[in-house]
Design a protein around this ligand. Structure first.
Ligand SMILES: [Zn+2]
Length: 364
């Protein structure tokens, strides 16, 4: 997303709250310009907060200058932005992870290569990305696999992508490809893919899922471009745009990511992929069927007329869909409290189990 366009037409820009609170941790993540004074600032500028309608946001110094603004003398936005030590460590780690020479990288070798302890590396990854180094490496390998598999057979591409064994990928396949690697190779043959496109701070975000899980997360300039790419990647699948059932989930995730300063502290070139991985890992926690519809939940609650009530309950507790609380069972195996009552929780779990066994049988 280029910042050459003014973003003030959006009703509430996520960046507005940041400049109002002068959050220094977003310095370098974006710039804001004030139309009445003709200057642009870093988010933490100590000058008086401008009126919202006079503010325009830019992703880079170059974009702000191209739009005719000059640097503020007070916050000196052109002074170099230094990513903090954590962001720098992540950036260096990505360089090693992405190096094709390092395809069989382990956590130990990665941390040695970076000159830090494995524990420190784990902690930093989890703090900034919300992911472990292993998860990041697997997502990277998967990206390589997706690229490789068109030109060779599945097993060879698995090895070429750094998976020690084909089993390692097959075990992960359901959750990270949304289908088996063999089905992926066949362009998603016999798969029905639901997708949605949402606005995000990094441009359009597309999320696509099969009944088995998320099969694609991507960022791009336009919805058309993303749809074209999706159809190209899964050339043998059938598609259905499903805004209602996926978009709510995506929106919940994007909202939770809006308060996410850690990813924004990363250098610009890393943000999109860090974001993508985070969204992916969040979505992977929710099987597609989980969010299929409010009416299904209502029906499972034994009252198909309760749709609106369920929708309202979900709206007032959006994290319920992201962190399905009904799956939390007390340590003694008994069902613990649930906001819609224990009976309903039990029903949901039963239904989910049945649905899971059904889709497993169908996919195998
Ligand atoms: Zn300033």
């Amino acid at each position: 997303m280029k910042g050459s366009r003014s973003k003030t037409t959006e009703t509430v820009d996520w960046r507005w709250a940041i400049i109002r609170d002068r959050k220094a941790e977003f310095d370098g993540a974006f710039y804001f310009a004030v139309k009445t004074t003709g200057v642009f600032c870093r988010p933490s500028c100590k000058a008086r907060t401008p009126r919202q309608e006079n503010v325009a946001f830019y992703d880079s110094i170059a974009d702000a200058e191209r739009a005719g603004f000059r640097a503020c003398l007070r916050c000196k936005p052109k002074n170099e932005y230094h990513a903090g030590p954590e962001a720098q460590l992540i950036k260096r780690a990505f360089v090693l992870i992405e190096d094709p020479e390092n395809e069989f990288l382990t956590i130990d070798r990665l941390s040695k290569g970076l000159g830090v302890s494995a524990g420190h590396l784990q902690k930093t990854f989890r703090k900034v990305l919300g992911l472990t180094p292993k998860e990041v490496m697997n997502l990277k390998r998967l990206a390589v696999f997706r690229k490789n598999v068109a030109g060779s057979d599945v097993t060879t591409s698995l090895y070429d992508s750094g998976f020690g064994s084909s089993r390692a990928l097959y075990e992960k396949a359901g959750e990270t490809l949304g289908m088996t690697p063999a089905t992926y190779k066949k362009g998603g043959k016999d798969m029905h893919i639901f997708y949605t496109v949402a606005d995000s701070k990094l441009g359009k975000l597309m999320v696509a899922a099969t009944g088995k899980g998320v099969c694609s997360v991507s960022f791009g300039e336009t919805a058309e471009e993303l749809e074209r790419e999706l159809r190209k990647e899964f050339w043998a699948a059938t598609f259905e745009r499903d805004d209602r059932n996926l978009k709510e989930t995506v929106r919940t995730i994007l909202t939770s990511l809006d308060g996410e300063k850690a990813i924004l502290s990363l250098p610009l070139d890393l943000r999109a992929s860090a974001f993508q991985m985070r969204v992916w890992s969040e979505l992977r926690k929710i099987p597609y069927g989980e969010t299929r519809s409010y009416s299904e939940i209502a029906r499972s609650l034994g009252n198909s007329k309760a749709v609106r009530a369920v929708a309202r309950a979900c709206a007032t507790n959006p994290v319920a869909l992201v962190n399905p609380c009904h799956r939390v069972i007390a340590a003694d195996g008994k069902l613990s409290g649930y906001r819609w009552g224990i009976d309903r929780k039990e029903q949901l779990l039963k239904q989910e189990k049945a649905a899971g066994e059904f889709s497993k049988g169908k996919a195998a």
